[in-house]
Design a protein around this ligand. Structure first.
Ligand SMILES: [Zn+2]
Ligand SMILES: [Zn+2]
Length: 337
C-alpha cells in the first residue's frame, strides 16, 4: 500500500509498505478520508518518518474472526490504541488509558497504525459505525476536527446561554466555533491569521486580534464587564492560555485543548480560589458521546466552512505546504488519489 512519509525539512513523499493483516479483534480498514492534524510540526522539523496521521474514516475490508464489525461496515477510527480493559477504557475515556498499546500490537512498528495510508488496522471497539447518510469526509471530523472541542464543551456544559472565548482558530479552534454555534452559544474568537479569522467570522463568531492591546478590554465590553462564561484554548500558546484565565468571569471554566510544554504563570489565590475558576485539561471526548457528535456532523451547515481543502495523497507535498500556510481550515487527504 501507499503511505505518506517525511524525508526532510518541508519535504514529503509517498512510500510503499506492506498491507496490514487482521488478527484477533483487530480489523483492517480501507482509509477513505484522512484529515491532517499536528503532523505539520514533523514536516517543519524534517525528522524523517513514515508514521503520519491519527485521524481517519473508512471501510472495513478484512476481519479475522466474527466480532463487532463485518466487511463493508463504514467506521471512524478513534485515535490511539487503548487497552480496552482498564477503567478508563471501559468508561469511554480510552484516550487517557494508562496501558495504551503501541501501534499494531501484532507487529510492533509494522504497517497499519498511521492514517496517511491506504489501510490501517485497529481493534474493532475503537471503530464506531458511521450513519448511512454521513460521508466519509464529514465523519472523519469526529476525530480532532470536531472531537477535541466537543469533549471540552461537554465538560463545560456549553449551551445557548453561554458566551465562550475560543483562542486560536486553526482547524481545532474552527471546529470549536462549529460546536459552539451548534449549541447556540455566543462565540468570541481570538486569532491573528486573516484567513482563519475570516472563516471564524463567516461561522458567526466575533473575532478579535491577539496582537491588539485592547482585546482584553473588548472581551469585557462584549460581556457586560464580567468576562466570558467559559474559554477554550485551541492555540497551545502561553499568551492565549493566560488570556483564557484572565478573560473568564468568576466561577467560570477554562478548558485547555491546544498542547504546549511551556509553563504558564498561574497564581492559585487570585486566579483560582478568589475567582472560583475551574480549569480542565481536555484531550478528546468520551466514546459514549459519539452519537451526539454525529448529530453535529449530520446537522451543522458550518462543516462546509471547516473543511477548506481536499488533496489527493499523491499530492502530499502540496498538502503539507497548505497545512503550514495558515491559509487553511481542516484539510482532508484521499489516500486513493
Ligand atoms: Zn485502557
Ligand atoms: Zn488530530
Amino acid at each position: 500500500m501507499k503511505q505518506a512519509a517525511i524525508t526532510g525539512i518541508r519535504q514529503a513523499t509517498l512510500v510503499d509498505r506492506p498491507d496490514p493483516t487482521p488478527q484477533g479483534d483487530w480489523v483492517v480498514v480501507k482509509v477513505h478520508s484522512a484529515p491532517m492534524c499536528t503532523e505539520y510540526k514533523r514536516f517543519l522539523s524534517g525528522e524523517p518518518t513514515d508514521s503520519l496521521g491519527h485521524e481517519a474514516a473508512g471501510e472495513v475490508v478484512a476481519v479475522a474472526q466474527p466480532g463487532r464489525l463485518k466487511v463493508g461496515d463504514r467506521v471512524v477510527a478513534m485515535p490511539l490504541y487503548g487497552c480496552g480493559c482498564c477503567n478508563l477504557c471501559v468508561s469511554g475515556d480510552y484516550i487517557h488509558c494508562q496501558d495504551v498499546l503501541q501501534g499494531n500490537a501484532f507487529a510492533p512498528g509494522g504497517p497499519g497504525h498511521a492514517t496517511y495510508a491506504q489501510y490501517i488496522v485497529k481493534p474493532d471497539w475503537l471503530l464506531p459505525r458511521i450513519p448511512d447518510a454521513v460521508s466519509y469526509d464529514r465523519a472523519s471530523l469526529a476525530c480532532c476536527g470536531l472531537g477535541a472541542s466537543f469533549g471540552a464543551m461537554q465538560l463545560m456544559n456549553v449551551g445557548a446561554f453561554t458566551t465562550i472565548l475560543i483562542t486560536g482558530a486553526g482547524p481545532v479552534g474552527l471546529g470549536a466555533v462549529v460546536n459552539a454555534r451548534f449549541r447556540g452559544a455566543t462565540a468570541i474568537v481570538v486569532e491573528s491569521a486573516p484567513y482563519r479569522a475570516d472563516l471564524a467570522r463567516q461561522m458567526g463568531a466575533t473575532v478579535l486580534d491577539p496582537t491588539d492591546p485592547d482585546t482584553p478590554a473588548r472581551i469585557r465590553d462584549l460581556t457586560g464587564g464580567l468576562g466570558v462564561d467559559c474559554a477554550i484554548d485551541c492555540s497551545g500558546t502561553v499568551q492565549a492560555q493566560r488570556l483564557c484565565v484572565d478573560a473568564t468571569r468568576r466561577k467560570g471554566t477554562v478548558a485547555f485543548v491546544g498542547e504546549c510544554s511551556d509553563p504558564v504563570a498561574l497564581t492559585i489565590s487570585p486566579d483560582m480560589i478568589r475567582k472560583g475558576l475551574t480549569l480542565v485539561g481536555s484531550w478528546h471526548y468520551n466514546l459514549a458521546d459519539f452519537a451526539k457528535l454525529m448529530q453535529v456532523i449530520e446537522r451543522s451547515p458550518l462543516l462546509d466552512l471547516l473543511v477548506t481543502h481536499r488533496f489527493a495523497m499523491s499530492d502530499i507535498q502540496a498538502a503539507f505546504d497548505c497545512s503550514v500556510s495558515r491559509q487553511s481550515g481542516k484539510i482532508i487527504l484521499n489516500p486513493w488519489a
